[in-house]
Design a protein around this ligand. Structure first.
Ligand code: HEC
Length: 148
């Protein structure tokens, strides 16, 4: 009993930490890519919360699956696309050969390592710690494939 209470507390703590990371790290970072465009009033607030909403949606979609490993395209669409489709936060755009060529040149092992551990504005596992390393690797291969 004490054991299971302890582990559900840990899960709560992890959830809080992830929520804080999403709000404190990803939100300001995703604003960088917006080029500082400002509109007045409610539009501004909406524009500011949008990246968070997108990341949250992406997370929910990825978590929903049934425990089977997801393929690269599925993971990309659910998680990575939030930044890599638009180039948000300075992410290299999917399919942009010029942006990807120098990264691909570092070798797929280096890219997979960056995607799993994070790199600058790129969060570890795209901000989805529940992805397995294999799922992240498949998503990297999918992204690399799009840029070839
Ligand atoms: C919150 C935005 C965001 C999400 C979500 C995201 N990325 Fe990224 N990604 C970035 C940014 C920004 C960079 C550029 C980092 C740099 O080189 O400074 C990047 C870079 C990369 C790179 C190149 C790393 C390197 O070593 O050059 C790979 C590979 C990558 N992302 C894969 C993924 C995969 C796979 C996912 C989904 C599981 C994902 N990204 C989700 C923002 C994101």
């Amino acid at each position: 009993m004490a054991q299971s209470q302890h582990s559900s507390r840990s899960i709560l703590m992890i959830t809080i930490v992830i929520a804080v990371i999403l709000i404190v790290v990803i939100w300001p970072l995703s604003m960088i890519g917006k080029g500082g465009t400002k509109t007045a009033g409610n539009d501004d607030a909406e524009a500011r919360i949008q990246p968070v909403a997108k990341v949250e949606l992406a997370k929910a979609a990825a978590v929903k699956s049934d425990g089977k490993p997801r393929d690269g395209a599925t993971v990309y669409n659910a998680v990575c696309m939030a930044c890599h489709a638009s180039g948000a936060a300075g992410a290299p755009k999917a399919g942009d050969k010029a942006a990807w060529a120098p990264r691909i040149a570092t070798g797929s092992a280096a890219l997979i390592k960056s995607a799993i551990n994070g790199k600058n504005a790129m969060p570890a596992k795209g901000g989805n710690p529940d992805l397995s390393d294999a799922e992240v690797k498949a998503a990297v291969e999918h992204l690399v494939g799009l840029a070839k």
